[in-house]
Ligand binder design. Structure first.
Ligand SMILES: [Zn+2]
Ligand SMILES: [Zn+2]
Length: 180
């Protein structure tokens, strides 16, 4: 992903977060996404920097680290990023998170996973049915078992890379549970 920050060359683009126009000359954050109209091509979804700090904190952080542009309100943006990063949902599976509700059941033991408890989200299996299940399935860390695949080290490495808001001590505990 090559996201970017640039000065808007025109005033035609609107912000994907707040839907308002991004004025010519304003700094804007571009999230690189596949072009829906041209297979194989990439395009940008534009956001005001302040909007991106709310909606795409980790992507904006990376772009801020990489940009050579002078960002006038960078300190403010970094503060907003830090405040919002906690609420950003991981999007790449597998990941670990604290269950936001108690609605999901563990695919290992079939018990509900309590709200606030650490859970693992893994890819749904294609069961060969006419309607492939999509979206993650959830597990208690202690119920992972064979769901971590042939290589628990690799599985754990993916979890740590994808889970941004899990306390280091909980990750350590997870590591002990997965790799033993
Ligand atoms: Zn905006
Ligand atoms: Zn379980």
């Amino acid at each position: 992903m090559a996201n970017t920050i640039e000065t808007a060359k025109t005033g035609r683009a609107s912000c994907r977060t707040c839907k308002q126009t991004i004025a010519k000359g304003d700094l804007r954050f571009g999230e690189e996404v596949p072009n829906a109209f041209s297979a194989g091509d990439m395009t940008y979804n534009w956001h005001h920097l302040a909007c991106a700090a709310k909606k795409k904190p980790s992507a904006l952080k990376q772009a801020l680290d990489e940009t050579e542009l002078e960002i006038p309100n960078k300190d403010e943006l970094v503060q907003a990023i830090d405040a919002n990063a906690k609420n950003e949902k991981p999007t790449v599976l597998p990941y670990a998170e604290y269950a936001p509700t108690a609605r999901a059941s563990c695919v290992g033991c079939a018990e509900k996973i309590e709200k606030g408890h650490l859970r693992l989200a893994i890819e749904s299996e294609d069961d060969g049915g006419p309607f492939p299940r999509t979206g993650p399935r959830y597990l208690h860390p202690s119920c992972v078992g064979e769901h971590s695949g042939d290589n628990p080290e690799e599985f754990y490495a993916k979890i740590t890379a994808n889970s941004k808001n899990v306390e280091p001590k909980d990750l350590k505990e997870l590591e002990d549970q997965l790799i033993s």
